[in-house]
Ligand binder design. Structure first.
Ligand code: PLP
Length: 454
């Protein structure tokens, strides 16, 4: 639509007055309604505190919730503005938007929340966790680049590094035991290794990485540290512990509804900007964009993420301790016998517990399947399904499901036992009601075979 036409129709609701594009007075129009602080809030050693002091976006008509900017494209008042936006002179920091694959205000607002939660300068949200991970790896390493990664990773990430990146762009990866700092140090080649990649709490073994020490090792060799914090939002804040970039699968705890696939890259402003660059940006050019309507829904769930994490953690801790008492082999970072229990305590944000996942080693795939069958179909404790962070408990046998991208040797190296049942503990019902269901299924396992108690 021509600008003159739009003016003659009198667009009363248009945010920018005619002639105001890019001129001094423009700031007036940015300050809609009493907007709370627009700068990144000070991180007060608590992700919930940081979230509460992040900018609150109000609706166009004063609604307590922001309006959804459900537009693919954006109009300008002056033709000249378009040139200035494409030249990078005017951008989203001043409320100038071009096209929603680039920046969208609603998606940007969710990014602001993610940045506040992780204590990073900026963040941008993507269509999935995998697209966040692949885009950041492609942005940070050019062709022939080298990555050092933990050998215990989400199956999709492991396949990306093992198969896809070497084939597509000759980016190769050395896999290491992330707890063996000497091995990590030796694997990082100064001048060649662009990224050290690991999970804060690994899938599915729940190994906790020493984020400050690993970051120091990598930074000594000018290598960027990228941490997947999907298993421990709120519990751990990797960027506050030294990591450069934090990636998330929002599809899990952050969404909490088991209904959305989404991801985020949280890191320095210059990295996020470079990923949106019109000529060189991995997010801009590969295009794994988040839909604004999805971003809106997710924004409404972030305020109660802290409450949900506390309850996931409280129940996981309780069930882990009780199952252990019954003689089951339980892996849970909240238990004192977990090898990184003290380390996690020293790094974790207070009051969010030790996370919502626990594993039980049933010693064979058959017994693992037997337990899950009892839990779902006999006592109704939870659902046999991959994924995590849902209000119902979700259970899967990792070796034959989410880690099946790895071969037997890779699984053995990663410590993924064939009988390992991973449980993402939900918070539906009461703790005691759900425990009695869990106990009922466990005692069936005791009855059906002699379980080797140790
Ligand atoms: C699920 C998951 C991913 C992938 O995220 P999607 O949103 O499914 O693309 C990456 N890392 C971890 C640790 C995950 O659990």
């Amino acid at each position: 639509m021509a600008e003159s036409q739009s003016r003659s129709f009198g667009f009363a609701g248009k945010k920018r007055a005619s002639g105001a594009d890019g001129f001094e007075g423009n700031d007036l129009f940015m300050a809609k309604k009493s907007m709370l602080p627009t700068l990144a809030p000070a991180w007060e050693n608590d992700p919930a505190a940081a979230l509460a002091s992040a900018r609150h976006e109000f609706g166009e008509y004063g609604g307590v919730n922001m309006s959804i900017e459900a537009s693919a494209t954006f109009t300008v008042m002056e033709p000249e503005t378009m040139r200035r936006m494409f030249a990078g002179e005017l951008g989203p920091d001043r409320d100038f938007f071009i096209y929603s694959r680039h920046f969208n205000p609603t998606v940007l607002n969710l990014g602001r929340q993610m940045a506040a939660m992780e204590g990073t300068e900026a963040a941008y949200c993507t269509a999935s966790g995998m697209s966040a991970i692949s885009s950041v790896l492609l942005q940070l390493s050019s062709s022939d680049g080298h990555v050092v990664a933990s050998r215990t990773l989400y199956g999709g990430t492991h396949a990306l590094l093992t198969h896809f990146l070497p084939r597509a762009c000759n980016i190769t990866t050395t896999f290491v035991d992330i707890c063996d700092h000497e091995a990590v140090k030796n694997a990082i080649l100064k001048g060649r290794t662009k990224v050290l990649f690991f999970e804060s709490m690994s899938n599915p073994t729940l190994t906790v990485a020493n984020i400050p020490e690993l970051s120091r090792l990598a930074h000594d060799k000018e290598t960027m540290v990228v941490v997947d914090n999907t298993f421990a939002p709120m519990v751990l804040s990797p960027a506050r512990l030294g990591a450069d970039v934090v990636v998330h699968s929002i599809s899990k705890f952050i969404s909490g509804g088991g209904d959305v696939i989404a991801g985020a890259v949280c890191g320095p402003g210059r990295l996020v900007n470079s990923m949106m660059d019109l000529h060189q940006g991995a997010l801009m050019l590969l295009g794994p964009t988040m839909n604004a309507k999805v971003a809106f829904e997710l924004s409404e769930r972030i305020p109660h993420l802290g409450l949900r994490m506390k309850e996931h953690s409280r129940r996981a801790m309780d069930y882990a301790a009780r199952m252990k008492k019954l003689g089951f082999r339980v892996i849970y970072p909240g238990l004192e016998d977990h090898p990184q229990h003290e380390l996690l305590k020293s790094m974790a944000n207070k009051e969010y517990g030790f996370g919502g996942l626990l594993c039980v080693d049933m010693e064979s795939e058959e017994r693992a399947n037997g337990l899950m069958d009892h839990l779902q179909n006999y006592s109704q404790f939870g659902l046999i399904a991959v994924s995590l962070g849902y209000y119902e408990t979700l259970m899967s046998c990792s070796g034959s499901s989410t880690s099946s991208e790895m071969n037997d040797e890779e699984k053995a190296l990663a410590g993924i036992l064939p009988g390992l049942v991973r449980m993402s503990i939900g918070y539906i019902g009461t703790l005691e009601q759900k425990w009695s269901q869990l106990e009922k299924a466990l005692s069936r396992m005791h009855d059906s075979t002699s379980f080797n108690e140790n």
